[in-house]
Design a protein around this ligand. Structure first.
Ligand code: NAD
Length: 300
């Protein structure tokens, strides 16, 4: 029997609809329209595509969306000035500085300058610390999206006691993912490029989340039969006809023969990331004004 394919694209559509309903409720009840500001520095083509999608999906959900496009020659001081202006703008609830930043700008200093209450990417050390200590903050969008897919697939209570392995320890995916799985009562192992016998570690996993940026690193025989596999990787591979295609960090066809459910690439985790960004913007807008989170998204 082959695995169930977890349709992240469809789940993200329904999440964006819930966010849209929550925005409409905030506007009707409190005359509040949550505002998202995205800062894009330079001309990185992948970032431009990504930022355009964010803009379009934010508008569709009824958010106030602004994108500040700055030249690659922008200095760190100028960028910090832009962030300071957004921090003090009451109409802005969420600030996202698109990464990567051009060489010469220290992204750590820029991310640290964002008001943690508006840090809808959840990368600020304050939000990372809140997550690590089990407190309410803003959670990084990609791992939040992965958790939602897992809950949808397994049911929230069914995660208790499961063995979860997270492959990758980046601040934007692996580490926060491990924290979220621990809060969901899983027993969590984090494996990384310094780990020994990574395939054996993966084979213990009832839940395997892979975020390494290595095309098809995880083979079918690394996957525990009946497990759930979440593939965060997005790798562009050249094809024989001179084109390219996207592949994940998991050898999809192999894993599909072994797992009980898995996410495809594309169409799995990717669409959830922007949907969670919109969700975080609405949550930030409510918290900043001490408003109750609208029921449409309260349980997300
Ligand atoms: P990163 O490069 O910051 O981190 C990679 C991690 O993988 C590191 O912790 C490293 O220790 C580990 N690693 C590398 N090779 C390994 C190996 N052979 N065995 C075990 N561990 C190994 O990457 P990232 O930013 O976390 O992104 C990972 C992947 O997820 C990339 O393909 C990226 O494009 C993708 N991504 C997707 C989304 C999305 O929205 N779907 C969001 C963020 C990242």
């Amino acid at each position: 029997m082959t695995a169930t394919v977890i349709n992240g694209k469809a789940y993200a559509v329904s999440l964006r609809q819930q966010v849209g309903a929550a925005v409409a409720q905030l506007r009707a009840d409190w005359d509040v329209t949550p505002g998202l500001a995205v800062v894009l520095v330079g001309e990185d083509p992948a970032s431009q595509v990504y930022v355009r999608s964010k803009e379009a999906q934010a508008r569709e959900a009824g958010l106030r969306s602004t994108t500040l496009r700055l030249p690659a020659s922008t200095s760190q001081k100028e960028l910090l000035g832009v962030v300071a202006d957004l921090n003090s703008d009451p109409a802005v609830d969420g600030i996202l500085v698109q990464l990567p930043l051009p060489p010469g700008i220290d992204s750590g200093s820029v991310l640290a300058a964002i008001d943690p209450a508006k840090d809808v990417d959840g990368f600020h050390a304050i939000n990372a610390g809140l997550l690590a200590t089990g407190q309410k903050g803003l959670v990084p969008c990609t791992p939040l999206g992965c958790l939602m897919l897992l809950r949808h697939c397994l049911g929230p209570r069914a995660m208790t006691g499961l063995s979860a392995v997270v492959l990758g320890r980046s601040n934007i995916v692996g580490r926060p993912m491990a924290q979220l799985l621990m809060q969901a009562d899983c027993t969590v192992t984090i494996a990384h490029k310094g780990s020994r016998d990574v395939p054996a570690l993966c084979r213990q996993a009832d839940i395997l989340v892979v975020a390494v940026g290595r095309p098809e690193l995880v083979r079918g025989d690394w996957v525990k039969p009946g497990s759930v596999v979440i593939d965060v990787g997005i790798n562009r591979m050249a094809t024989a006809d001179g084109g390219s295609r996207l592949v994940g960090d998991v050898a999809y066809e192999e894993a599909r023969q072994v797992a009980s459910a898995l996410t495809p690439v594309p169409g799995g985790v990717g669409p959830m990331t922007i949907a969670c960004l919109l969700l975080n913007t609405v949550i930030a807008a409510c918290r900043r004004r001490s408003l109750a989170i609208p029921s449409y998204i309260a349980d997300c």
